[in-house]
Ligand binder design. Sequence first.
Ligand code: EPZ
Length: 428
Amino acid sequence: MDRIVIRGGRRLTGAIPISGAKNAALPLMAACLLTDQPLVLSNVPAVADIASMANLLAELGVDVARQDAADYGQTLTLTAREVKDITAPYDLVRKMRASVLVLGPLLARCGHARVSLPGGCAIGTRPVDQHLKALSELGATIRLDSGYIEAAAPAGLVGTTITFPFVTVTGTENILMAACLARGETVLHNAAREPEVVDLATCLVAMGAQIDGIGSDTLRIIGVDRLRGAAHEVLPDRIETGTYAVAAAITGGDVELLGARADLISSVMDSLAAAGVAVTPTNRGLRVALKNGPVQGIDVMTEPFPGFPTDMQAQMMALMTIAGGAAMITETVFENRFMHVPELCRMGANINVHGASAIVRGVPGLKGAPVMATDLRASVSLVLAGLAASGETVVNRVYHLDRGYERIEAKLVGCGADIERFRERRDD
Ligand code: EPZ
């Protein structure tokens, strides 16, 4: 397994290009199943999760054509002329739980679907019960058999009113896609408002779907008989934006994030501003630098959009480890998203976890150490800590990082970081 070595203590200066959003591209890719016409997606990040979704779609019979962009990203042309298989197998789904996003489209297009139940993952059990409940309210029969979801709607899905008891991002996305081809009107109450959901809805409308309330927590969909192909540019990744904003702040640097959009991360910008980090819109994106003096500890609580994103919690915690004063970080979305805490403590951080909250007391500095990555965002928080730490940090199991960050070393080296990847010689 590859590992990344960081020699910390260098200020980042320069510019970092922001890639397309992984968590928008994944549902957008699944949407190709809703039509037999080509769906062209540009600004797709070249990361492992996207490759996994492309492999799954190819298994289902989708023609996947890929064109790399000059430096970062790729354009995918996805054509589900006919769906040859309706099974999303365990060996693919276990690698990427977002594979469950093919469930709604397969059911709507083919009248049945067989999708492996995604197991839990490091950050929580992450059930999909709300996906299944909503699909059955749309008229599907759902059976669980030997670890698979067997969903059937041979006479098609029928629109209805659905209220999610709590916000679920991919739950909203799965049902939104299914409802586009259902008979009649579907109303989704308490729908997720994440920018990635808005991006999906915008693309679906371009494909001929009838959706109102985009960006609000109530989506109104009038089903249509068929959808057409479209061309859609994936929106910039707000979590990558926030991650590199923290990289600039934690090193006391001054970095311009190219292509970043302030409207996608206003809650993160507000928190950074309260901590003493200036995030200023420029004509190329966003510029991040310390206002004056060191970062100050602030309290953060994760919430569904437009609140502070859970996917930025680990990164903010890394910044707070060297802030002046204390910070209380509360995780309200997932039940086990503090795995980065013991690793940060091995680097000299002072963090105490009490249930869903972590108290971070700032220390003068961190010391590099060998650390273990456990999930995508915990991994990147260790890279951020390594950039600020004195000495050498070795981050193992970087395959977690590669799931969601496109060429992270190249982007950081481009701003003066001393970071290197060592490919582990395979023993076989
Ligand atoms: C999406 O996951 C993102 N993944 C996650 O990003 C992100 O952390 C999460 O939304 C929250 O913003 C993708 O978009 C591919 P949820 P998702 O359904 O949809 C519970 C990353 O790092 N729940 O909004 O799976 C669930 O356990 C990843 O890029 C149920 O109980 O998250 C969680 O506690 C990590 N039953 C909460 O709701 C359900 O049927 C929110 O989950 C569905 C969810």
